[in-house]
Write a protein that binds this ligand. Structure first.
Ligand code: ADP
Ligand code: MG
Length: 460
C-alpha cells in the first residue's frame, strides 16, 4: 500500500496516462476499456488495476496492458509493470452470478411460455450463420469476441451489446450465431431475434388491434433479445418510445440485449438522445471494412463449405477486386461456381471475368492506368511513349515511377499488371518505383506536392 501523498501522485499520473490512451485509441475504445479501470494501488513498481469482468481483463491484457505500462513508465520511471485483475470487491459481477440468482431473476413475467414467445416473435435463424462459419480477421475480431463472450456467459455481461458496421459486413450473421449458441446450450432460455422493422410493424399492429398490453408482455418475457438494424426506427417516434420502454424493462430485469445498426449510437440520426445514451451504455463494437486477407479467408471458407475447388489465383483475383462487402463477395463466388456447374467446365480466369463482368466494372475505380500515364506525362512534359520506352534518363524515369506509384495507389491493378502497362516491365520494377516515390516524398517537399497534386487531379 502507499501512503496518502504518493497515492494522490499516482492518481495524477494515472489520469495523465488515461489522457494519452484516449488520444491514441479514440473515444469509443477508451470508454469501453480504459475508463472502467480502477487503480487499486502502486507498490514496489507494480501498479495494480482492477476491471469489472473477466472478458474485459482478457481483452485489456491482450491489447492495452503493454501500452499502459510504457505510458505510465514515461510518466514515472519507478512504475515498471502493471497487473490487471478482476475486481472482487464489487456487488457480484453480473457474469459470475450464481445459478440461484439467475433463477431468481427469471421468475417474474413468465406468463407466456418460452416456446410460445419465440414462435410468435422471433424471426427464423439462418442455419448458415453460426460462429463456426464466421471467419475472423482484424476488422471483425472485436465484434466477434464480444458476441462470443455474451453467447457463452451464464447471464448478463454487457448490456446492451451494440454492433455496428456497414452493409454486408456480418452483423446479422453474428447475431444469429449468438442466438444459435445460446439456444443450443440452454434451450430453456428465451432468445428472440427480430429486425427493428418487424418490431415496428408488430407494435403498430398491436396499437391498431388495441393489443399493446400483450405486446409488451411478450417482449418483456424474453431472456435475450436481439434487435437488428435499429437505424430503421430512426425518426419513428412512437416506435422508439415503445422500444425504449421495452429496452429499459429488459435491462432492469437483468436480460441481455444485443443491437445492431449501420452507425454508432452517437452517429445515429433521428434517434432520441436518451435512447442513444442508453445504447451507448453497454459495449459498443464496430465491424470495419474488410481487408484483403479477410476476404481471401472468407472465400476459402465458403468454397470449402460448398465442397468446390477453386484455383488460388481466382480466389486472389476475387479478393482483390470485390471489395465492397462480404455479401457481394459471396455473391460473386456463387455466381462463378454456379456458372461452371451449368456449363460443366472448370472455373478459369476468363470465365470468371466474363461472368462477373458487371460487378468487376462497378468495383474498379474510375481512373485507368492510361489516364494516369497521360496526366503524369503532361505534368512533367514528357511524351506518352516514354511511359513505355526503355529510356532510363532521370528526366523520363522519374515521371514513369510517379505514374507507376499512382497506378498502384489509385487502381486495383496488381504489380505485374501495372508492369505490363509500362512497356512490359517486371513487377519488381514497379515495386521499386513505389518505394522510391515514397522515399522521395518524405525527403523532398516539392516532389511530394507534385505527387499530391497529380493524385487530386486524377481522383477528380
Ligand atoms: P450485415 O447484417 O452486416 O449487413 P450479414 O451478416 O447479412 O451482413 O452478412 C452478409 C453475408 O456475408 C452473409 O451471408 C454472411 O454470412 C457473410 N459474412 C459476413 N461476414 C462474414 C465472415 N466474417 N465470415 C463469413 N461470412 C461472413
Ligand atoms: Mg443485416
Amino acid at each position: 500500500m502507499t501512503d496518502g501523498a504518493t497515492d494522490r501522485q499516482f492518481h495524477v499520473e494515472w489520469e495523465r496516462v488515461c489522457g494519452r490512451m484516449r488520444t491514441e485509441i479514440g473515444e469509443a475504445a477508451y470508454r469501453s476499456w480504459v475508463a472502467p479501470m480502477t487503480v487499486r494501488n502502486v507498490h514496489d513498481g507494480l501498479a495494480r488495476i482492477s476491471v469489472p469482468t473477466r472478458f474485459m481483463r482478457d481483452w485489456v491484457v491482450a491489447h492495452y496492458a503493454d501500452r499502459l505500462q510504457s505510458l505510465w513508465n514515461e510518466e514515472d520511471d519507478t512504475v515498471r509493470s502493471v497487473e490487471i485483475f478482476i475486481q472482487s470487491d464489487r456487488p457480484a459481477a453480473p457474469d459470475e452470478a450464481t445459478p440461484a440468482r439467475r433463477q431468481a431473476a427469471k421468475v417474474p413475467a413468465k406468463a407466456a411460455t418460452a416456446a410460445n414467445v419465440v414462435d410468435q416473435i422471433s424471426a427464423p435463424l439462418d442455419t448458415r450463420f453460426t460462429f463456426n462459419n464466421f471467419v475472423v480477421g482484424k476488422p471483425n475480431e472485436f465484434a466477434y469476441a464480444a458476441s462470443r463472450r455474451i453467447a457463452e456467459a451464464q447471464s448478463v455481461t454487457f448490456n446492451p451489446l451494440f454492433l455496428y458496421g456497414g452493409v454486408g459486413l456480418g452483423k446479422t450473421h453474428l447475431m444469429h450465431a449468438l442466438a444459435w449458441h445460446i439456444r443450443e446450450r440452454d434451450p430453456s432460455r428465451t432468445v428472440i431475434y427480430i429486425s427493428a422493422e418487424k418490431f415496428m410493424y408488430r407494435f403498430i399492429r398491436a396499437l391498431r388491434e388495441q393489443n399493446t398490453v400483450s405486446f409488451k408482455e411478450q417482449f418483456r418475457s424474453v431472456d435475450v433479445m436481439l434487435i437488428d438494424d435499429v437505424q430503421f426506427i430512426a425518426g419513428k417516434d412512437s416506435t422508439q418510445e415503445e422500444f425504449f420502454h421495452t429496452f429499459n424493462a429488459l435491462v432492469d430485469q437483468g436480460r441481455q440485449i444485443v443491437i445492431s445498426a449501420d452507425k454508432s449510437p452517437s452517429d445515429l440520426e433521428g434517434i432520441e438522445e436518451r435512447l442513444k445514451s442508453r445504447l451507448n451504455c453497454g459495449l459498443v463494437a464496430d465491424i470495419h471494412a474488410t481487408t484483403y486477407e479477410l476476404r481471401l479467408g472468407i472465400l476459402q471458407s465458403k468454397a470449402e463449405q460448398m465442397g468446390v475447388k477453386v484455383a488460388a489465383k481466382i480466389m486472389e483475383f476475387l479478393a482483390h477486386k470485390i471489395t465492397a462487402n462480404v455479401r457481394e463477395l459471396e455473391g460473386a463466388l456463387n455466381r462463378v461456381i454456379a456458372h461452371s456447374d451449368l456449363v460443366g467446365r472448370d472455373i478459369t480466369m476468363e470465365t470468371t471475368k466474363e461472368v462477373l463482368h458487371d460487378l468487376l466494372r462497378a468495383n474498379d475505380r474510375r481512373v485507368t492506368i492510361e489516364e494516369i500515364q497521360k496526366r503524369v506525362a503532361a505534368h512533367f512534359n514528357i511524351r506518352m511513349s516514354d511511359m513505355h520506352s526503355a529510356r532510363r534518363a532521370r528526366s523520363v524515369a522519374r515521371p514513369r515511377q510517379v505514374a507507376m506509384y499512382l497506378a498502384k495507389q489509385l487502381t486495383s491493378r496488381s504489380l505485374p499488371e501495372i508492369g505490363r502497362k509500362f512497356g512490359g516491365r517486371d513487377h519488381t520494377t514497379v515495386m521499386h518505383a513505389v518505394r522510391k516515390v515514397d522515399e522521395l516524398r518524405d525527403h523532398d517537399q516539392g516532389f511530394a506536392e507534385d505527387v499530391e497534386l497529380l493524385r487530386r487531379m486524377l481522383e477528380g
